[in-house]
Design a protein around this ligand. Structure first.
Ligand SMILES: [Fe+2]
Ligand SMILES: [Fe+2]
Length: 180
């Protein structure tokens, strides 16, 4: 799916209501979440009992939520899209017999290549995907959006490893489009 327009500049850090946040998330995320490839990631476990799909929904939604809460000026659309696609590697990394290499080091590059084959990405979205495993991968995030996703990804991963029901129901709801 190709975007029709180039992203505008960074959004001003006007505080948004929960309804406004949910509206942005649903509008930007739904076209990606409704694709067959994303749907297949429901079958891939990411951490604990959380699927790769739910993980990406959680990282994307909480990145948007905390950017708003902390008043971070950012491009919200790029933040949501980049975070949704940050683990778009499209395989089950627990299958050791598959030639995935050292997953922790290689999957940002795999995810970026997959995302570029399916979407037109702006520079922020590319950087979010490519740098989200910092500091395991040595090059740091370049933009505030990528740094935020890098940190939220780690918090979500920690929550998933130590408590599979740590998320509110929207993460587990069909399509990620039912927000509480
Ligand atoms: Fe990742
Ligand atoms: Fe992740």
């Amino acid at each position: 799916m190709r975007k029709k327009t180039i992203h505008a500049g960074r959004a001003k850090a006007r505080h948004l209501s929960p309804d406004e946040l949910n509206s942005i998330f649903i509008r930007v995320a739904s076209p990606i979440l409704q694709t067959e490839k994303m749907d297949q990631t429901r079958n891939h476990i990411q951490h604990g009992r959380v699927s790769c799909y739910s993980h990406c929904v959680a990282v994307s939604y909480y990145s948007l939520k905390y950017a708003n809460r902390l008043g971070i000026r950012c491009n919200r659309e790029s933040l949501v899209r980049g975070a949704l696609l940050h683990d778009y590697f499209l395989y089950d990394w627990h299958e050791k017999h598959e030639p995935h290499g050292l997953h922790g080091f290689t999957h940002p590059g795999t995810a970026l290549a997959n995302a570029l084959s399916d979407y037109d990405l702006d520079r922020i979205e590319k950087n979010i995907i490519a740098r989200h495993m910092f500091p395991l991968t040595l090059v740091p995030p370049r933009y505030r959006e990528s740094l935020l996703v890098c940190m939220v990804d780690k918090v979500c991963s920690f929550a998933e490893v130590f408590g599979w029901d740590a998320y509110p129901s929207f993460v587990y709801a069909n399509g990620g489009a039912v927000l509480c």
